[in-house]
Design a protein around this ligand. Structure first.
Ligand code: DGJ
Length: 337
């Protein structure tokens, strides 16, 4: 009888353990402490060179592409991976200035590379600002590869639909439609460019924020509502980050509202990440702290942003903690003491 009871108890323990594992129960060790303000280094001690980054999360791995400012000017584009946005592994240089596309010359300023995955074609696509040294070209470029760390080939370069285009980002809507969004016509407007189904070309243009001189746009969607962060155009110097929202990507954007301090905590927007977990979804602002003190040592700054109906709490933190399993974030335990 005692033996039977023991067996039943043991079975109970196994069933409970199985249930909690399948629910993805998280423990204290799943919390990651994010620290801002320092250079990111790989395990080998190299500076992470991926400025104005773009991100793609595949399973539990974050991939990041960005400007290699190791030699400051004429950047290449590097690819890194990480499970926690803190420990970065260098995957490879995916675009080498003058080598990946020799026909386009080697003196280009390749800025704000952003990464997309096209589910239909199963290709990885990079869009970027493809600039001449005096920023006169005002062009974009698109590259693609069948593997994230594969060989990227040039698909297209030029002014999208003939429109002068500089600072850029990408956004994929819930139905899979992708957009390239950039600062257009000598920094006057923002252009929202719908991409073709394969994400390799631009098919439609909508002018947003006409004459308002915004750059560094970053869009995120919560429910049916789109939120956009952007900066003013002041070169490498930080300025006020502004928020706008709309329920329609192509029109009805609200007036620009100041968020955070008047220098965006010495950053400029690069991305808004969605960390969806078993319990919650956290949104992370990613910004560049340029020229800190030089381009090569520019820092990547990350902090959580809490959106309300029509605004957001945009507050810098030296440290915070995030749980990539549950999608929760919390103030840094040490900072509270
Ligand atoms: C600000 C932009 O956001 C950067 O990407 C870069 O183009 C600098 N201007 C160049 O001055």
């Amino acid at each position: 009888m005692t033996r039977l009871l023991n067996c039943l108890m043991l079975l109970g323990v196994f069933i409970l353990a199985g249930c909690s594992a399948s629910k993805g129960t998280s423990s204290e060790s799943d919390w990651v402490r994010v620290t801002n303000g320092n250079l990111w280094l790989t395990a080998g001690g190299d500076t992470v060179q991926a400025h104005a980054p773009g991100f793609l999360r595949l399973g539990d791995t974050w991939y990041m592409v960005g400007e290699d400012r190791g030699r400051e000017w004429r950047p290449d584009v590097n690819l890194y991976s990480s499970k926690d946005l803190q420990h970065w592994h260098f995957e490879k240089k995916i675009i080498e200035n003058g080598v990946t596309s020799p026909d386009l010359g080697k003196s280009r300023m390749i800025e704000r590379a952003k990464l997309l995955y096209n589910k239909k074609t199963k290709r990885f696509v990079v869009w970027c600002h493809w600039e001449s040294s005096n920023y006169g070209a005002s062009e974009a470029a698109c590259f693609s590869s069948d593997k994230i760390d594969g060989t990227y080939r040039l698909e297209w370069s030029g002014r999208p639909l003939g429109i002068k285009s500089r600072d850029c980002n990408v956004f994929v809507d819930s139905d899979g439609t992708a957009y390239f969004i950039s600062t257009t016509v000598e920094n006057q407007h923002l252009g929202l460019f719908r991409l073709s189904d394969d994400y390799l070309s631009v098919v439609e243009h909508t002018r947003l924020f006409a004459g308002q001189r915004r750059e560094a746009p970053a869009i995120v969607k919560l429910g049916q509502r789109y939120f956009m962060f952007s900066s003013a155009c002041t070169g490498w110097a930080p300025n006020q980050c502004k928020l706008s929202w709309s329920d329609n990507l192509k029109e009805g954007w609200s007036q620009l509202e100041n968020i955070g301090d008047n220098k965006a905590f010495r950053t400029q927007p690069a991305a808004i990440l969605e960390v969806k977990g078993t319990k919650d979804t956290t949104y992370l602002y990613v910004g560049d702290r340029w020229k800190d003190p030089n381009l090569a040592q520019s820092k990547t700054i990350i902090f959580p942003v809490t959106f309300t109906d029509t605004s957001c709490d945009f507050r810098y933190r030296d440290n915070f903690e995030i749980n990539f399993k549950t999608g929760e974030w919390r103030e840094d335990a040490k900072a509270k003491k």
